[in-house]
Design a protein around this ligand. Structure first.
Ligand code: TRP
Length: 380
């Protein structure tokens, strides 16, 4: 069986370090591993519209930002198909059929949907004319897990590399695949989730130490931030509030600067920037004992982040000077993606037996049936 990757992001803002360690870095490794036959990377503009109905321009403007981020981290259009979701209308048709295989109750239990309903202030039981937050839940938003199942199955993805928050979506997709295949016969490919392997990468906290780096909390370091912006953000980062003087013993657990070092540092960084420590573990031990100041740890983090981001910034600037070409890459990718999705849709229609005009058996059987009827009527 072919090994196929499908994954993507909503274009609601520039991508940040949380995206990088949680998924982008891994995608580039997978792309360059040569282990996958096809790789599809989708800019999920249609999904972004499910909770940005009042701000389509935000989605429209951010498509290029996400595309630039993709290209600058090293996704290569010669190896990975980069495309825009809305340009593949076959995805909508698949979703329309899958909707019959999922209950409202099941969608209501989806933990990610539940959390997002809370977060966005969509509330049930809203009253018409109520212009406060309680606007009710848009149907498109409520059903986006089904649309995501279309995204994944349309490309026959075997592997979906995503962050932990997407686990319920993959679970729901697997249920849809199971249900479809048991009702209509084996047609759809069962996907597997591929999660980040390092705990710090699973859920990178924001610079304020809050649970997760997220644009709405204003605690992000963006891939496109300048070296100076990165320096300022790291210097302002949350550490151990009880580590007041350099001599004080410090905690590394829950200390955001160390969490970032868990996610970004490699042994060779120590040899290069702080040869007095052989490894991150040695540096952590020193911090725990006392005698290691926050500024020194932060300077190391700044050096490592900027070393990581420099080649990304360089590629971004090169592509920023060729925006027309970037749109051409997305156009070509969308054409390829559409062909792949159309092939799956044809299989789905055949399995559901709604391919009437190509169904010789149906037409011939019904012709025979009515001919027989006519004959019987004549005999009477
Ligand atoms: N839900 C994903 C996000 O919010 C984006 C997405 C849409 C996606 N369709 C997908 C991810 C299919 C993986 C597979 O980032």
């Amino acid at each position: 069986m072919e090994k196929i990757i499908l994954t993507g992001d909503r274009p609601t803002g520039r991508l940040h370090l949380g995206h990088f360690v949680g998924s982008l870095r891994r995608r580039v490794e997978l792309q360059n591993s040569g282990l996958y036959d096809r790789i599809f990377i989708m800019i999920a503009d249609a999904q972004a519209l499910t909770d940005n109905a009042d701000n389509p321009e935000k989605v429209r403007q951010n498509i290029i930002e996400v595309a630039l981020d993709y290209l600058s981290v090293g996704l290569d259009p010669a190896k990975s198909t980069l495309f825009i979701q809305s340009q593949v209308p076959e995805l909508c048709e698949l979703a329309f059929y899958y909707m019959n295989l999922v209950t409202v109750q099941r969608l209501q239990r989806n933990p990610t949907v539940k959390a997002e309903i809370q977060m966005r202030g969509f509330a049930e039981g809203a009253v018409e004319g109520d212009t406060t937050q309680r606007q009710g839940i848009p149907v498109g938003f409520f059903t986006y897990p089904i649309s995501q199942a279309s995204d994944i199955t349309a490309f026959r993805a075997t592997t979906v590399p995503v962050g932990e928050d997407q686990e319920p979506m993959i679970e729901q997709t697997r249920e849809i695949v199971h249900k479809f295949n048991s009702v209509y016969g084996p047609t759809l490919t069962m996907p597997e989730i591929l999660l980040p392997d390092n705990a710090a990468c699973l859920r990178l906290p924001g610079t304020d130490g809050k649970a997760k780096m997220s644009k709405s909390l204003g605690n992000c370091i963006y891939l496109s931030d300048t070296a100076e912006e990165v320096r300022k953000k790291v210097m302002g980062m949350y550490t151990d509030p009880d580590h007041l003087r350099v001599e004080d013993p410090g905690k590394v657990e829950g200390n955001t600067v160390f969490t970032y070092l868990d996610a970004f540092s490699r042994p060779e960084h120590f040899a290069k920037y702080l040869p007095e420590y052989a490894s991150l573990d040695e540096m952590k031990d020193h911090y725990r004992r006392g005698g290691l100041g926050d500024v020194k740890v932060k300077r190391l983090l700044i050096a490592i982040l900027n070393e990581t981001l420099d080649p990304i910034r360089e590629r971004r600037h090169a592509y920023e000077a060729r925006i027309g070409e970037v749109y051409d890459i997305l156009r070509e990718g969308s054409i390829k993606a559409r062909a792949a999705a159309a092939a799956t849709l044809a299989d789905v229609r055949r399995a559901m037996k709604i391919d009437y005009f190509d169904d010789r058996e149906l037409i011939d059987a019904q012709a025979a049936h009515f001919a027989q009827n006519a004959q019987n009527a004549q005999k009477k």
